[in-house]
Design a protein around this ligand. Sequence first.
Ligand code: AKG
Ligand code: FE2
Length: 306
Amino acid sequence: MSDALQLPVVDLSSPDRLSTADSIRQACIDHGFFYLVNHGVDEDLVKKVFEQSGKFFSLPIQDKMKLARKNHRGYTPLYAEKLDPTLITKGDSKESFYIGPPHENLNQWPLQEDLPSWRSTMETYYQKVLSAGTKLLSVIALSLKLDEDFFEKVGTLNEPYAFICLLHYPGDLDSSSDDIYGASAHSDYGMITLLATDGVPGLQICRDKSKQPQVWEDVPSMTGAFIVNIGDTMERWTNWLFRSTLHRVLPLPPSQERYSVAFFLNPSKDCMVECLESCCSEACPPRYPPIKFIDYLEERLRVTYS
Ligand SMILES: O=C(O)CCC(=O)C(=O)O
Ligand SMILES: [Fe+2]
């Protein structure tokens, strides 16, 4: 069952930061998802990223496999990743390309002669979305009754372990299995995700993962807006006040395809993630012990790629 959903819209350029913080708080408690408008990332740049992404995924598979995923960067072919590890199917019907923090010098790039402006486009996009995400985190801090530079002060943004993930869903190639999703049900691991899509529908959220049968609602795209969602690290930090909502991408009908670009804003590797004081009390003690972000992430990735 599926219904279209009206997600809250957050305006990052609003001068009334306290009222923006209030609407973020409500959105993160109710949905864990919202639209972000006036985020400062130029529409032409987003368009260019989609163009370049399309060019990469159109390369012959032998060329793409030369950049096969290493150190969490590079190309992952169709069916190689399964976001819902409980499914017994062969994997999600998507291909992806990850680009990580520039300071680590571990990114893989297509040959300059094949795709000349690819690297510069992706590096510019990385910096621009990181800067929008940083601004958003300061309002999220306000929404949690913290100082607006809280996430900077605790070292989250020293060298954030953030990733661009280019995604291509090539349509339902294997109609023999009912259980193959574009992206199977999952929640994201990090603090926040900023998602751009090409407008082709498919994304759905399940607001109450404990309810049976699960109710899935469509998340329509909004032109010019990022779809932002809370990840598990933020859920852990806020002691479940902000929810990291289960989501998935439906399989596409044959002969249709879909592109999207996710930006996973993760904290720095060494950042300790521990229950915020404003989110616990005697009646509501911390649900999790403190953990170093990289230890948490490595465990989650191990399950996804096993
Ligand atoms: O492509 C989408 O719309 C969502 C992708 C997603 O949820 C993910 O990669 O974590
Ligand atoms: Fe996701």
